[in-house]
Write a protein that binds this ligand. Structure first.
Ligand code: ZN
Length: 257
């Protein structure tokens, strides 16, 4: 059985760094889409809320209109009754009947007046109600415009990034196979544990590129030699040198083999 050739520490670090580059690109796509799906959902909620409000307000308006109809019917009823009582007045036989009919007539005219007063009141509020509904409708139209734009943006980003994401994921599949299984575990744990998704970092200005904690000179030397796995004592991120990170050319002295 042919055994896989043992990778040098430098090669292992290189493989991990390659994976980190892919994961950082994937993270960027995630950030790019980041807020848009949420913003679209938020706007959909807002519009749904406004719709419910318009519905409720319209129901209120229709109820007011129905109230006016009801009060108008009530007035007609009173008028009919008053007419009937007046006809009956011609046929009264005694004072008691006369008084009783007159009392009814007074009562019904009072009822009619009351209904008329209610109608005026309701009518007075109709305009304000209609105006309020129109305002909410205006707001909804404007929010709907926002939603349409954001939806279009999201679709565009999705269509643009979808292909890149697929490519990166295929690339990641290949890259991950080259990474030492034990190192991968720690790599994933740290990468998902930090918001910036960085697990493999370089030394920048004598400090860890992930947490900016100071790196002692001896450790920096070991990092540059790349024959040991070195993690930041402050944050646990894996530290690689600039050559592995591809931001510096290998030193002539190192190119001995
Ligand atoms: Zn650190």
């Amino acid at each position: 059985m042919a055994k896989k050739p043992e990778l040098t520490i430098e090669e292992r670090l290189q493989a991990l760094h390659n994976l980190q580059v892919i994961d950082t690109d994937l993270k960027e796509i995630e950030i790019l889409r980041g807020s848009l799906p949420e913003e679209v959902r938020d706007l959909e909620d807002v519009i749904e809320g406004l719709n419910t409000r318009i519905e409720r307000m319209t129901n209120g308006l229709n109820e007011s209109k129905a109230d006016i109809t009801a009060q108008n019917n009530r007035i007609k009823e009173s008028e009919t009754l008053i007419e009937r009582y007046k006809r009956q007045l011609d046929e009264v036989r005694n004072n008691r009947e006369f008084e009783s009919l007159n009392k009814q007539i007074t009562l019904e005219s009072l009822e009619a007046k009351l209904s008329l007063k209610k109608i005026r009141e309701i009518e007075g509020s109709l305009e304000a109600k209609e105006e309020a509904i129109n305002k909410v409708k205006e707001r909804m139209t404007s929010r709907q415009g926002d939603l349409d734009r954001k939806r279009a943006d999201l679709e565009e980003i999705m269509s643009k990034t979808d292909e890149d994401e697929k490519k990166l994921l295929r690339k990641r599949e290949r890259a991950v196979k080259k990474v030492d299984a034990r190192l991968l575990k720690g790599y994933d744990r740290i990468r998902t544990g930090y918001r910036n998704g960085l697990s493999v970092v370089t030394v920048e200005r004598d400090a860890c590129g992930g947490c900016f904690g100071k790196i002692p000179p001896q450790t920096r030397l070991e990092i540059s030699q790349a024959n040991k796995i070195i993690v930041c004592e402050h944050c646990g991120r894996l530290l690689v040198n600039d050559v592995i990170a591809g931001i510096a050319a290998p030193e002539p002295a190192k190119a001995k083999k």
